[in-house]
Write a new protein. Structure first.
Length: 219
């Protein structure tokens, strides 16, 4: 957390959340928060997996910019950018996937919980989707659920990757509920901090994926 790029990322993310600046300043802040994090991961890369993680973060950053620039006209391109990021996440984490037989019982329970949550959210949101967005949004929901399940079932020693993926899913769930079901009011203000915390934990968790859980800390 003492790395200048990480400090910049966290500071800019807080500015974006607190200031709620108008265009184009909000777009710049949102973009810089994730790109700074991606640059930090690039500096720490040790394999092709970190490289894919960087590209995934960049894809998410593109989605962030598109959503803030014009949420109505650019919604589908933004969904495409986020989906590409999740596919890259999935490919990044896949080599560390455990077989079902090798998974501890707690992981099996957690994976089942994630799956049930995904199905429940789909049943809640899908009936409210416009026809022109139905295929894209359902496909996106399937991809992010698959990514979260792979993280949950992977052989990572620290819990931060799983927590990051779960926070990301919750953030996306709030976006979907706020956009398609009913406005969340003040609850919508939780979307950005949950999303950013998720990305931060995914990045730190993956870079420290081989460290024992008790030895891992963000500070």
């Amino acid at each position: 957390m003492k790395n200048p790029l990480v400090l910049l990322s966290v500071f800019v993310a807080l500015l974006y959340w607190v200031l709620r600046a108008p265009l184009p300043y909000n777009v710049v802040l949102k973009w810089l928060a994730i790109i700074s994090l991606a640059t930090f991961v690039w500096q720490q890369r040790q394999s092709w997996q970190e490289t894919l993680l960087v590209v995934a973060l960049c894809c998410h950053s593109v989605g962030d910019v598109l959503l803030d620039w014009d949420r109505t006209k650019l919604f589908l391109p933004a969904v495409g950018a986020f989906m590409a990021g999740h596919v890259l996440y999935l490919v990044t984490f896949w080599p560390n996937l455990m077989t079902f037989e090798a998974m501890p019982f707690a992981k099996k329970i957690l994976a089942g919980t994630v799956l049930l949550y995904g199905v429940a959210m789909a049943l809640l949101i899908v009936p409210h989707l416009p026809k022109n967005l139905l295929v894209a949004v359902v496909l996106y929901m399937g991809v992010i659920l698959a990514m979260t399940l792979v993280v949950t079932c992977a052989n990572y020693r620290n819990p931060w990757l799983i927590l990051g993926a779960v926070l990301y899913v919750i953030s996306d769930s709030l976006i979907a509920l706020n956009t398609f079901v009913r406005p969340l009011g003040a609850g919508a203000h939780l979307i950005w901090p949950l999303y950013y915390a998720g990305q931060l934990l995914i990045a730190f968790g993956f870079l420290n994926r081989h460290a024992p859980a008790e030895a891992f800390a963000l500070a």
